[in-house]
Design a protein around this ligand. Structure first.
Ligand SMILES: C[S@@+](CC[C@H](N)C(=O)[O-])C[C@H]1O[C@@H](n2cnc3c(N)ncnc32)[C@H](O)[C@@H]1O
Length: 357
C-alpha cells in the first residue's frame, strides 16, 4: 500500500503531518504529506508501494502525539457508484485474507459525521461481502488485523489495514466516555481517558488502587480529583478556587488553598501527581521535573497547554528537555508518553512513570 492514513483532531493536521514526516524519515522511508486544514486526517503518501505497511508496523501508534489512529491505505477510491459501492471496495481489498474486524469510519468533523448513519448501515452488507471473499474471518478476532474503510466524502473512501497490536481499540480512535452525573466538571473525562490510555487495563488494580495518595495541582472544581477519589485514593487538592462540596464530603480530599508552583506535599508517600494548571507548558514541565528529582511521586499525568503555532515542535522540544534533565539528575529508569487525547482541546496529556530502581 502507498498511503498511511492518520486520524487527528480537526485543526491539528499540520502538527500530525510534521510528526509523521519526522517518524517516516527516522525509518528512512520517503514520501510526502497530503492534508487540508480541518479535514481531521492526514495522508502520508510513500514514494514506494508497500512502504505504508512498513510504517504502520514500525511506528508505534503510542509514540505519535497527534494521531488517534492510523492504517495503511490504498489509493483513494473515488466515485464509488451509489448502486454498488461494495464491489470496488471488495476488489480493492482482494489481497487481504482473514482480517479480524471491519470498521467503516469517517474523519471526526461535523461534515463527515453526516455520513456516519450511512456508514453504520453500510457496514452490514460490506461485512457480509468481505466474509464471502475471504478477506474477513466469519467471526470477529481481536488478534487479527483490522480493515478500515474511511469515507472522506460521499462516494470517496480510503481502504486499508491496521495491525491489532498497533492500533487504537476504538472506532475512529475515539473512546466513548460519559461524564458521571456527580462529577464536578466535564474535564473529569480528560483524566479518565488518560488513565485508560496510558495504563494497561490489567494494571489498573495495582497502579490505580484504593488507599494510594495523590496530589492534584490546579484541582478546582475537582473533576480530576473526582477520578482519583472514585478509585479510592486520598487526594491533596491544591488550588485557590472552590472545591466541589460533595467531593469534600467524601473525607478523601484535603484542600490546600495555595500556589501549585510553591506547594510542597507534607507527606512524601505520593503515588500519583496530576496537574491541570493553565500555565506556560515549559513552566509546568519544569515543575514536574523538580517533583521527579525530589522523588515526590511515582507516576504523573499532566497537561501541557499548547501554543497557537508550531505545536508539535514545542511539545517535542519540552519532552526532549525533560528526558535530558531527568537523566542528568540521575533518574535512569522512566518512561514519558504524550497524547492529544479526544477530550483534550488545545493541550496534550503527558504521562511520566518513574520506575522503581
Ligand atoms: C483547567 S482548571 C482545572 C480543572 C480541574 N482539573 C477539573 O477537572 O475540575 C485549572 C485550574 O488551575 C488553577 N490554577 C492556575 N494556576 C494555579 C496555581 N499557580 N496554583 C494553583 N492552582 C492554579 C485555576 O485556579 C483553575 O482552577
Amino acid at each position: 500500500m502507498i498511503n498511511l492514513f492518520l486520524f487527528c483532531r480537526a485543526g491539528y493536521e499540520k502538527d500530525c503531518a510534521a510528526e509523521i514526516q519526522e517518524h517516516a524519515a527516522a525509518h528512512d522511508i520517503g514520501g510526502f504529506v497530503k492534508t487540508n486544514t480541518n479535514d481531521a486526517y492526514v495522508i502520508f503518501q510513500c514514494f514506494q508501494a508497500g512502504d505504508a505497511e512498513i510504517l504502520a508496523k514500525k511506528i508505534s501508534l503510542d509514540s505519535l502525539i497527534f494521531a488517534r489512529q492510523m492504517f495503511a491505505a490504498k489509493a483513494l477510491l473515488k466515485g464509488l457508484p451509489e448502486q454498488d459501492r461494495i464491489s470496488p471496495i471488495v476488489e480493492a481489498l482482494a489481497g487481504i485474507q482473514y482480517a479480524g474486524e471491519l470498521r467503516v469510519e469517517t474523519p471526526d468533523t461535523n461534515e463527515a459525521k453526516e455520513l456516519s448513519n450511512f456508514c453504520r448501515k453500510f457496514t452490514v452488507p460490506l461485512r457480509q461481502a468481505l466474509r464471502k471473499s475471504g478477506t474477513l474471518l466469519d467471526k470477529e478476532n481481536p488478534k487479527r488485523p483490522i480493515i478500515h474503510v474511511c469515507f472522506v466524502g460521499p462516494g470517496q473512501a480510503y481502504v486499508g489495514l491496521s495491525l491489532s497490536n498497533n492500533s487504537s481499540p476504538y472506532f475512529m480512535g475515539i473512546p466513548r466516555l460519559r461524564v458521571p452525573a456527580d462529577a464536578p466538571s466535564r474535564s473529569t473525562l480528560k483524566l479518565d481517558e488518560a488513565f485508560i490510555h496510558f495504563i494497561p487495563k490489567e494494571e489498573h488494580e495495582t497502579r490505580l488502587s484504593s488507599g494510594m495518595r495523590a496530589v492534584d495541582l490546579g484541582a478546582c472544581p475537582g473533576g480530576w480529583t473526582y477520578q482519583l477519589v472514585r478509585r479510592g485514593m486520598f487526594v491533596a487538592a491544591v488550588d485557590n478556587g472552590a472545591m466541589d462540596e460533595k467531593l469534600m464530603e467524601t473525607g478523601q480530599v484535603k484542600h490546600y488553598q495555595a500556589d501549585g508552583f510553591r506547594f510542597e506535599p507534607p507527606r512524601k508517600n505520593i503515588t500519583w501527581l496530576v496537574c491541570d494548571m493553565i500555565e506556560k507548558p515549559a513552566r509546568v514541565a519544569e515543575l514536574i521535573e523538580a517533583w521527579a528529582i525530589n522523588g515526590w511521586f511515582k507516576e504523573a499525568i499532566f497537561n501541557l497547554k499548547l501554543p497557537m503555532k508550531t505545536r508539535y515542535k514545542e511539545v517535542s522540544t519540552i519532552l526532549a528537555t525533560m528526558e535530558e534533565i531527568l537523566k542528568e539528575n540521575g533518574i535512569k529508569d522512566f518512561s514519558i508518553a504524550a497524547k492529544h487525547l479526544y477530550h483534550d482541546r488545545d493541550e496534550v496529556t503527558v504521562h511520566l512513570c518513574l520506575k522503581p530502581t
